[in-house]
Design a protein around this ligand. Sequence first.
Ligand code: NAD
Length: 370
Amino acid sequence: MKEYKIAALAGDGIGPEVMQEAIRVLRAVEKAFGLPFAITEAPVGWAGIDAAGKALPDATLALCKASDSILFGSVGLPDRDPTIPKEERPERAALLRIRKEFGLFANLRPVQLPKALSHACPLRPERQGDGIDVLVVRELTGGMYFGQPKKTETLSEGVQRAIDTMVYTTPEIERIAHVAFRAARLRRKKVTSIDKANVLENGILWREVVTRIGKQYPDVALEHMFVDNGAMQLMLRPTQFDVMLCENMFGDILSDEAAALAGSLGMLPSASLGTTSGEQTFGFYEPAGGTAPDIAGKNLANPIAQILSTSLLLRYSFGQNEAAAAIDRAVAEVIASGLRTGDIYSPADATARKVGTLEMGTAIAAAIRR
Ligand code: NAD
């Protein structure tokens, strides 16, 4: 059987603590499902600067290139050496470099709110239905953030003009639409495509292309929604959504709005996907949160975002859906059993028991079953 090569880059702050638990869970999956994982750890971020003088050391980049996917922690420590220029700081030198190097064009952010964590959600319980479960699929390399011209010019004395350009080509929309429809097939088979077709040329093209690609997925229901309404509906009735397909800027905003529904950054994984070859897609998997310096090294961090990142990795890069489902199930079981890290703990819940990073990870690993 083919070995799955995973580069594990823990990074800074809580990165190493939560990564350790994610690897523990992967080892349990390896055993239960007989999947051979070759997991190699390497430094990145300030850990990379300390080890090799660079946020993304050459050896770490070489490891990533030789791997099938990257499991990433988080990088950046705001209090470390302010004299290091922005381009060399971990957030840019490591994260942006990896995104570019591997052509990661699709960002997937699942937001799940289990019933047991209802208290952590800012919405009233009656708006939460049987639990919220939305996947935001965001285009990551086009649109307003990258379109040219992009500049600020002086028109006359004291009058300046800033220009950003929203540009999408048909192939860019096609490839992200395929990602969304394929993801929907693994879920509840519904795509809500977000645009602003009533105002933007980009919106009209987006809607046309998504509709055309949707015909190749007759088993997936497709609806279109204007972005302003989408933002409102996420607050009013989030349970109506399965997959939300968004261009870059709309996805940036809506994925954070959706994230707020889960109550804690510690619960939110994310995937950034590149090209597919054969049955595998190169992907970069990380928690949505950062290095949480305020709680680092204290066994307080919630490892679930990092653990759910491994589930995304198995599902979207390796097509190992059963193993991925086993991780999701184990997380749900452990939460239902009452274990809580501080970020999701509520003293009002009599069945809840506060635990540390290590105990949470160990419990989830022990709950992995085929
Ligand atoms: P943060 O996400 O690190 O922390 C925000 C809050 O959420 C903190 O109170 C933190 O304790 C909490 N939190 C985050 N993850 C948690 C977890 N797993 N369990 C429990 N609580 C958790 O954001 P920040 O403080 O703005 O940033 C800190 C550093 O992380 C900065 O240097 C920033 O640039 C970096 N950062 C990196 C990434 C990345 O590597 N992709 C993403 C975001 C921020």
